[in-house]
Write a protein that binds this ligand. Structure first.
Ligand code: GLU
Length: 301
């Protein structure tokens, strides 16, 4: 029975991700990104930014390659039928891409797991990365960050009938799952060593294990967990309050300062012209949290 529920959640997530607008009777589903509400972004001339090796390579290739997540509802999700990506992070990638001279059709998204982001940027596998990527000093030694463009906070996802877990202090002796290489994984390891920490490549794998009873909690950013909870509200809930600050940045190759500052400018432009808010409301906003004010951009030296 439990197994069936897990399977059906996977199918449900895939189907919700896959349906791009219509229910059986032709009416839009009540939840899920609605393409019609998404802003369209004005594509600027491609030669406004000069001196970025990453952009020069993208221009000669003819398209951008952007790293993203594919299993995070409302943030970064890949439609298994069409291969198309959608969600707030995907919109952020598209809006800033337009400022660099690339239309949305000229962006090839590539799924990169949390643990592989720095190497993907260092090896030139992606031009930039937009996928719930926390800016911090350790990572800044390896990559650069434009932004932040959103602030999340670490939280806990539990089964609906769980009453004993209300915060990270309740994790002692309980099995908690997170993605390897993520800041939430590291925080549990360091600050809550009595928790039985389990690492997978993705949060969706953790969520499947939560539903089948293999683990007792999933921990990562509230923005991510809200998406999973909203997809299966009868099975899952968020427990307690967020207990960290996770400022999301756009990851770039470390030494490409021209690209980083161009992305900062682009973010600012789209925050000011209303695109950011519209994109939020058509994606992440559907998981139930109204649009916040975008955080100030940190053009660090
Ligand atoms: N924002 C956190 C991080 O960058 C967790 C989400 C994720 O793994 O993408 O590690």
């Amino acid at each position: 029975m439990r197994k069936n529920v897990a399977l059906s959640v996977l199918v449900l997530l895939a189907v919700l991700g896959g349906l791009s607008g219509c229910g059986k009777d032709g009416t839009p589903p009540p939840k899920g990104p609605q393409p019609s509400a998404l802003p369209s972004y004005q594509v600027r001339s491609s030669d406004t930014v000069t001196g970025s090796p990453t952009l020069d390579a993208a221009r000669s290739r003819g398209h951008l390659v952007v790293g993203a997540k594919e299993d995070q509802p409302y943030l970064g999700q890949k439609n298994p039928a069409t291969g198309e990506y959608s969600g707030f992070d995907i919109e952020v990638a598209k809006m800033v891409g337009a400022d660099l001279g690339f239309a949305p059709e000229q962006i090839e998204f590539r799924t990169i797991a949390s643990a592989n982001r720095e190497t993907a940027l260092q090896n030139g596998q992606v031009d930039y990365y937009v996928g719930t990527y926390t800016i911090n000093d350790n990572r800044k030694k390896l990559v650069g960050f434009a932004g932040p463009y959103f602030i999340a906070g670490q939280a806990l996802l539990v089964r609906k009938n769980e009453t004993k877990i209300n915060g990270p202090q309740d994790l002692a002796g309980r099995k908690v799952c997170s993605a390897a290489g993520s800041t939430p994984y590291q925080r549990i390891q360091q600050d809550y060593p009595q928790a039985k920490l389990i690492g997978y490549d993705t949060y969706s794998a953790c969520v499947d294990n939560l539903i089948t009873g293999q683990v007792d909690a999933v921990t990562t950013d509230n923005a991510i967990l809200q998406g999973y909870a909203a997809k299966v509200p009868d099975e899952l809930k968020i427990a307690g309050q967020p207990f960290s600050k996770e400022p999301y940045g756009i990851g770039v190759p470390k030494n490409d300062t021209v690209l980083r500052l161009a992305l900062d400018d682009a973010l600012q432009r789209h925050e000011q012209n209303g695109d950011w808010k519209k994109a939020y409301e058509a994606t992440l906003g559907l998981s139930g949290v109204p649009a916040p004010e975008p955080p100030p951009i940190d053009r660090y030296q």
